[in-house]
Design a protein around this ligand. Structure first.
Ligand code: GLN
Length: 504
């Protein structure tokens, strides 16, 4: 087994036993990245910075200061600001921008310093491609072209964290960070055959994470397995006073239940006592046959592990699309007002006065989807339409969150698909924004409610594309979701398959 196929635990062991150095491991990934440039997974790669961090990690190890993740390489979504590497959020408006500081996520996973002695010591491989400002479901809204799905280079990788998913699926990084505002960790993970978890809102600090819709944005890992995700999440979630929505008790060891049974009933079946709820609204029109079959087989597998299954209802599922596509653009229109040609990034070359400078800088810098959302957002917040759209959407958001609580009175975890279908062809939906928005039907409501949810590989379509199932838990049940996923992965091998179409 080659290094790019190994799990975090396996790499950690190799480093601890001094069978490899972090520098060797990092160079191995840098070489693979150089050979697989056609996938467009990375937007910025700086080998000399990566190698300097790897050497630092090796120094920490030889002086006995290494933790379990020290020296393991990682890729960061280009939405997290980084010292050294550019941060563009895949937008022309931030082209060439280099932040003077690291985002909390980058800092907590990166090299320890005097101010951050707890940092994990992972080595940054570079910044991954994404939809511009995390707006999209296919990675085609990137100003730098889409990251290609390594399972089929003519298909989309999913969005918005497509580059992170491609990097992990193609063996160009052992693990990566992503962000999820309405599905952007789970859907690209599903499309590329990976595991990914969006934690409860507030688990991971948003400090230094470029804001899209602040009340929905949440960071999390995209990796090869639930165990890898649990290890990374444990290192990235902690209380951060610099983010006012960061939870006081967010630090946890998310690996703690992985190898234990759900309850102390019948030990022969690890998930005995677990109640799995199937929302009837998820298994209705619009769900493709292949995805439905794969998710229902996963349900059987969970049952065989001891879980009981019941039907639940999330009656407002359909409304999650209009509600999200009012609220997220409203927040985005406010968050993106800071890109004005004065403080960050692009400024138009020619203008006659200040207003024209704003207008030209923003028209030249933002892509079509971002402009569309700023327009929608400004409209729904404007006097006269606020009550009809924004306020109404906020009220339904509350009902959607309440519906989940009703469901969780009947079950411990909700099982459904991540997306209605597998990854579609490049260009197939990019001209039709509404068609693209409909792809988010199963993922948006958890962000509206602030709940944790994860994507777990559970099969393949007839045409060979990966399928993901979604596990949704109640607030702060991440360790339990990861436990269920890990128990499932102990008896299935969907997550172990890797695409053939990768260089080297
Ligand atoms: N696809 C959704 C959107 O376009 C969600 C994106 C995300 O989670 N960042 O907004």
């Amino acid at each position: 087994m080659s290094w790019h196929q190994k799990t975090l635990a396996q790499l950690s062991k190799l480093l601890i036993n001094k069978e490899i150095s972090s520098l060797e491991l990092s160079n191995f990934f840098l070489e693979r990245m150089a050979l697989a440039k056609n996938l467009n997974a990375y937007l910025d790669v700086r080998p000399e910075l990566t190698q300097a961090q790897a050497k630092e990690a090796d120094r920490l190890r030889s002086s006995g200061k290494a933790g379990p993740l020290t020296g393991i390489p990682i890729a960061h979504k280009d939405v997290f600001v980084t010292k050294g590497w550019t941060t563009t959020a895949a937008s022309k408006i931030l082209e060439g921008y280099i932040s003077p500081f690291d985002a909390a996520v980058v800092e907590s996973l990166g090299m320890p310093s005097e101010q951050t002695p707890q940092s994990a010591g992972m080595v940054c491989l570079g910044k991954t491609n994404m939809d511009e400002f995390a707006m999209g479901s296919s990675n085609e809204n990137s100003a730098y072209g889409p990251a290609l799905n390594p399972w089929n280079l003519k298909r989309v990788s999913g969005g918005s964290s497509g580059g992170s998913a491609v990097a992990v699926a193609a063996g160009l990084a052992p693990i990566a960070t992503g962000t999820d505002t309405g599905g952007s960790i789970r859907q690209p993970a599903a499309f590329c055959g990976l595991s990914g978890i969006k934690p409860s809102y507030g688990r991971v600090s948003r400090y230094g994470m470029i804001a899209y819709a602040s009340s929905l944005d949440q960071a999390g890992p995209i990796g090869k397995s639930a165990e890898d995700c649990a290890m990374l999440l444990s290192a990235m979630s902690f209380h951060d006073p610099r983010d006012s929505t960061s939870l006081i008790d967010s630090g946890e060891d998310y690996t703690r239940y992985l190898n234990s049974s759900w309850s102390d009933q019948d030990q022969s079946k690890p998930l005995t006592g677990l109640r799995v709820g199937l929302p009837k609204e998820f298994y209705a029109d619009g769900l493709s046959h292949d995805v439905a079959q794969a998710v229902l087989s996963a349900k059987e597998a969970l049952h065989a592990l001891g879980a009981s299954v019941c039907e639940v209802s999330l009656p407002k599922t359909k409304l999650s699309i209009p509600v999200y596509y009012v609220l997220a653009p409203a927040e985005a229109s406010s968050n993106l007002s800071r890109y004005d040609g004065v403080r960050y990034g692009h400024r138009a070359k020619e203008y006659s006065d200040l207003v024209e400078m704003y207008q030209r800088s923003r028209s030249e810098g933002f892509g079509a989807e971002v402009k569309r959302r700023i327009l929608v957002g400004s409209y729904v917040l404007s006097h006269g339409y606020y009550d009809a759209y924004y306020l109404q959407a906020q009220k339904i958001r509350r009902i959607i969150a309440a519906d989940f609580q009703t469901a969780f009175s009947q079950c411990d975890v909700i099982l459904g698909p991540v997306a209605p279908d597998v990854a579609w062809g490049l260009g197939e939906k990019s001209q039709d924004p509404l068609q693209m928005y409909l792809e988010d039907i199963y993922t948006l409501s958890t962000n509206l409610a602030g709940l944790p949810a994860m994507s777990v590989p559970c099969g393949f379509s007839k045409d060979g594309m990966p399928i993901g199932m979604q596990l949704i838990g109640n607030y702060f049940s991440e360790a339990r979701l990861l436990q269920i996923a890990h128990q499932y992965q102990r008896t299935s091998d969907w997550h172990l398959r890797s695409p053939n179409e990768v260089a080297t």
